[in-house]
Design a protein around this ligand. Structure first.
Ligand SMILES: [Fe+2]
Length: 342
């Protein structure tokens, strides 16, 4: 796949075909969280226009160095989607934009299987990313006034997504998402060798912690999940930050939640990689209706700080996490078809 193909704009007829599909599915299933919809999402995704199916298939198969696939041209009705939620828990009371959520799930299903975290946003598959007033200065997607430092999504977890999918509902202040397709070709062999060795630890990010749970009456399974996360926080496993092919390594890192390794050479190697990624960081401004899929094994992302309005007109993204294959996460899920990772 040529890198030029990782950015596409839907043709008018494809946009219309997509609108027809998501309208019909929203009437049939009523919610993107409906287990019947999720069970059949992969099959319904076969009905999408050939151009998007081909683009995402090539993105998955060829793993282009760009490590992001942007799809523009979907028409979003700013009034129909309603105001930007002031907290993700609002989806329990208000009807979320079903068509857009379903489209994100369908496109994600061309890359693999969408998953939900029991410890994030009350186990929803589709997340709301919008500023929350009490999180203004937190390292969270719902923060605003502070830079959300770049990271691999859910880097601490062995079942983190292979891909992160985001759809922009609105972005009136053109707040940039930060992004870097990690390219380690400038590193020397000794540094690379150290980064391939298990010297490093990554603690869970704030979004998974018990303090960010909304429902105080949690089930037994959620209690177990939080205990596991607390264990990962107290005794993080030692891992390598690079893995896979030595020629084109995958990476896993979240410097904000990483302690300096004991080994000074490993510490220098990590600092070297962090500096390199910082030099590769670019800004992406997502437009309303635009979708992007980030290869979470090959790229990092974050968000620039911004002044939130908290009046229903703030930047608002929808997010899904996607595993190429659900099977690898089976120890963390209660049934083969369950998408909920504990
Ligand atoms: Fe993230």
């Amino acid at each position: 796949m040529q890198d030029s193909k990782v950015q596409m704009t839907l043709e008018q007829r494809d946009n219309e075909a997509i609108l027809e599909i998501v309208r019909s599915l929203s009437t049939r299933y009523g919610s993107a969280e409906n287990p019947d919809f999720l069970a059949r999402a992969t099959v319904h995704a076969h009905e999408l226009p050939l151009s998007v199916r081909q683009a995402l298939n090539e993105f998955r198969l060829y793993e282009p160095q760009a490590s992001i696939c942007r799809i523009a041209g979907y028409t979003i009705d700013d009034r129909e989607i309603g105001p930007t939620p002031t907290h993700w828990k609002e989806r329990q009371r208000h009807c979320p934009p079903i068509k857009e959520e379903m489209l994100l799930v369908l496109l994600g299903s061309l890359l693999g299987d969408v998953i939900a975290w029991s410890t994030q946003q009350d186990g929803a598959v589709v997340h709301d990313i919008a500023p929350i007033k009490s999180h203004e200065r937190e390292q969270l997607g719902s923060g605003s006034a502070e830079e959300l430092t770049w990271h691999t999504e859910d880097a601490f977890h062995p079942s983190r997504g292979d891909y992160l999918g985001m759809m922009c509902m609105r972005n009136p202040d053109r707040v940039p998402t930060t992004f870097a397709a990690v390219d380690v070709s400038a590193l020397d062999q000794r540094t690379l060798r150290l980064l391939f060795e298990p010297h490093y630890t990554i603690r869970p990010d704030e979004s998974h912690l018990r303090k960010n749970r909304v429902d105080p009456i949690a089930g037994k399974l959620l209690e177990i999940a939080h205990s596991q996360i607390e264990m990962m926080n107290e005794k993080p496993e030692k891992i390598s930050v690079l893995f896979g092919s030595p020629e084109a390594p995958y990476c896993r890192l979240d410097p904000y939640f990483m302690d300096p390794p004991e080994n000074p050479e490993a510490r220098d190697a990590l600092e070297c990689l962090v500096r390199l990624i910082e030099s590769q960081l670019e800004e992406i401004v997502l437009e309303p209706g635009e979708l992007c899929f980030i290869d979470n094994f090959k790229a990092v992302h974050g968000r620039r700080p911004f002044k939130a309005r908290f009046n229903g007109t703030d930047r608002w993204l929808k997010r899904v996490n996607i595993l190429r294959d659900l099977r690898g996460s089976r120890p963390f899920r209660s049934a083969p078809e369950s998408r909920l990772v504990l």
